[in-house]
Design a protein around this ligand. Structure first.
Ligand code: TYD
Length: 212
């Protein structure tokens, strides 16, 4: 599958701050859009907000016990809906919206890759387009663990030893994402929110959709 232009994916271990940065980005675009000249921002996340996403979140909370392979298939099914369903990412990016998604195929290759081996997530995700840009939020898993320590609910992957493996796997897969044609940028997610927002913005600004 080819590259989907205008499509940006934020990736990182749990607690690396991708969701926070998407919220900050919405604020930034909200004000800029009203000034005109900026593309519409479509900020979204996987797992999605629909029924499949809800089912996945139940499994992540441990309320539902599923085989890792089943979870890999559910993530891929949810992704297919997210991409191609009504108002989906392919349609939006195609009409010139800037689509920014919190997690995408790389999360499946990393997390499900660790859980059920490389082959199944690769096969399930091979039909999906690659993003124009992948931003990897790099953070020491020990710092991330501190950040998420006070969360009420702990999901099945939110343990330090697993997160250490998640980071290592991201780092080993990044060159492959580059080879498939995505621009891959690593940012230092240990900095404060404003600094990380600055790093992210500096990367986004270079995209053709924002350069005009
Ligand atoms: P996350 O973005 O961390 O959501 P929240 O902060 O709201 O809990 O994503 C939830 C978890 O889902 C995270 O541990 C990574 C995992 N995940 C996968 O294992 N595979 C995937 O394909 C995706 C999209 C997420």
């Amino acid at each position: 599958m080819g590259i989907l232009g205008n499509f940006v994916v934020l990736e990182g271990i749990d607690g690396s701050g991708t969701s926070t940065q998407i919220e900050l980005l919405k604020g930034r675009f909200g004000s800029r859009n009203s000034e005109g000249g900026m593309p519409v921002l479509y900020a979204t996340a996987e797992p999605g907000a629909g029924e499949l996403g809800r089912l996945i979140r139940r499994a992540l909370r441990g309320e539902l016990s599923l085989l890792p392979e089943t979870l890999a298939r559910l993530f891929a099914a949810d992704r297919g809906e997210h991409l191609y369903g009504p108002g989906g990412l392919v349609e939006r990016a195609g009409r010139g919206e800037l689509v920014v998604c919190d997690r995408y195929v790389p999360s499946s290759l990393v997390y499900q890759g660790l859980e059920c081996g490389e082959e199944l997530p690769r096969t399930l995700n091979s039909p999906f387009p690659a993003p124009e840009l992948i931003v990897f939020f790099d953070l020491d898993p020990r710092i991330a663990a501190e950040r998420i320590r006070d969360r009420k609910e702990r999901e099945i992957y939110e343990y330090l030893d697993f997160q250490i493996r998640v980071r290592d796997r991201y780092l080993s897969l990044l060159p492959g994402f580059r080879a498939q044609g995505s621009t891959v940028v690593q940012i230092d997610a240990s900095r404060n929110q404003a600094e990380v927002a600055g790093q992210l913005w500096a990367v986004l600004e270079n995209m053709p959709i924002l350069k005009g």
